[in-house]
Design a binder for this molecule. Sequence first.
Ligand code: ADP
Ligand code: ZN
Length: 221
Amino acid sequence: MRMILLGPPGAGKGTQAKTLAQKLDLPHISTGDLLRQNVSQGTNLGKQAKDFMNKGALVPDELVTEMLKQRVTQPDTGNGFILDGYPRNINQAKALDDMLKERNDAIDIVIYLDSSEPVIIQRLSGRLVCSACGGNFHAANMPPKVNMICDNCQGKLYQRSDDKPQTIKKRLQVYLEESSPLIQYYNDKHKLYRLSADEDKDVVLSRIIDLAKEHNDPHKV
Ligand code: ADP
Ligand code: ZN
């Protein structure tokens, strides 16, 4: 099962993808997480990506696509993957199609997590991320048991530098201009399923799992 989670920042792609990856036993590939790792390790790619990310802009396609190519050719992707944060524009979607075609593969299903702007802003501005395991919390909606400490691994929680109000606005604008045309792109290929991401995260999760089951070899899920 090769699945893409599409939707605006804050729709819950990362939260859903992490749980789905465990339930479906597939790797979760988040270009945002991979980029942040590169930034924190101070790699060449990280140095080139950092300023774009802090501004809320897209990192240039060539850089992200090369990084993704290396990730999706790792041996753990044999049964598929859950992509979160890629593609983010039509150019990347075409690069992904080509990448998979070379291996006689294709995307099976695209889940569009649709969310309204007030919900997005509320979610992003309260989001807390674990510095150790990457787990997501929310100051009001999903508070950790101990203030600023991860429930899962006791790592320190922090607020992402791009979760500040001005940067959130910019990311939403980039999403509307660059990423939202992907909805049409995958709809034309009959791969798109829309879900409302404003609902409770467990409701959204079970809907995605139902869709995945319908679209997969029953032996695999
Ligand atoms: P969100 O979806 O909540 O905005 P991500 O963690 O997916 O957060 O992405 C954070 C930042 O990383 C983006 O604003 C962008 O700068 C960069 N990024 C992630 N994925 C891509 C991509 N596919 N293409 C270009 N830039 C990307
Ligand atoms: Zn943690």
